[in-house]
Design a protein around this ligand. Structure first.
Ligand code: NAP
Length: 248
């Protein structure tokens, strides 16, 4: 039976690229999304056109009930849960901390931190060999922001990704003896719609030009690192924070 992976925020951007690539590598894929059903269905159709298997799964990662239901749906469709790409994440318009309101801060940490922790917890419960699972792999999508701090843009976002790095280090140690590898990818400036959602559609192109490699990265380039970390080629890799940031 094909291995199955839940990709949170799998409908657009980096998650979508990971879904399309993993679909060609034999994975069955749960394409999670928050609100944009059309984009999720388009991603599922693309995976299927390339010969893969996928199902669109609605759910807000910040909701515990939704997260449990997302994993239940994946298991119901494909019979097992082997991996998680903890990818769903948000940014917000550039601002200094002094100007951020409580609602923004709460949503940032609810989605990017609590959501990622809830998804990792659910994956651990289902994949840990000491809890009846068959082992597996988790790839958390952090950001180069976790080590840059993102001053004057969004230090709330940067801090949320710092939490993802730390969760990766700790959970890798917890779950290593239980058959589950846990790693993180830290993308730099990647050409996706997330920058428009933060009010700067040209951000990746403009700042990407200032990186050592002189350009933004593509979602496909990040997907390659996700697929490698999920797969058997990375069988001795756990607790790694892999920068995919063009040297930034
Ligand atoms: P994106 O193009 O904006 O796509 C975001 C995806 O996440 C969409 O599928 C969206 O679903 C989903 N999503 C948003 N909030 C959600 C929620 N509460 N619950 C479930 N799904 C939710 O973003 P991206 O650029 O691909 O970013 C993916 C990850 O990479 C994020 O964690 C981001 O922080 C990280 N990252 C990105 C960059 C970059 O330059 N692009 C750099 C470093 C790190 P809907 O379509 O329904 O909205």
């Amino acid at each position: 039976m094909a291995k199955t992976v839940l990709i949170t925020g799998g409908s657009r951007g980096i998650g979508r690229a990971a879904a399309c690539l993993l679909g060609t590598q034999g994975w069955s894929i749960g394409v999670n999304y928050a609100t944009n059903r059309e984009a999720a269905q388009a991603t599922v159709a693309d995976v299927e056109r390339a010969g893969g298997r996928a199902v669109a799964i609605a759910g807000d990662v910040a909701s515990e009930a939704d997260v449990i239901a997302m994993f239940d749906t994946l298991a119901a469709h494909f019979g097992r849960v082997d991996a998680l790409v903890n990818n769903a994440g948000i940014v917000a318009p550039s601002s200094q901390l002094a100007d951020m309101d409580l609602a923004r801060l709460k949503r940032m940490f609810d989605v990017n931190v609590l959501g990622a922790y809830l998804c990792a917890r659910e994956a651990a419960r289902r994949m840990s060999t000491t809890r009846g699972g068959a082992g597996g792999a988790i790839v958390n999508i952090s950001s180069a922001a976790s080590r840059l701090g993102s001053p004057n843009e969004y230090i709330d976002y940067a801090g949320s990704k710092g939490a993802i790095d730390t969760m990766t280090l700790g959970l890798a140690k917890e779950l290593g003896p239980q058959g589950v590898r846990v790693n993180a990818v830290r993308p730099g400036l990647i050409d996706t719609e997330i920058h428009a959602s933060g009010g700067k559609p040209d951000r990746a192109a403009q700042l990407g030009a200032t990186t050592p490699l002189g350009r933004p990265g593509s979602a496909d380039e990040v997907a390659q690192s996700i697929a490698w970390l999920l797969g058997d080629a990375a069988s001795y890799v756990t607790g790694a924070l892999l920068d995919v940031s063009g040297g930034r």
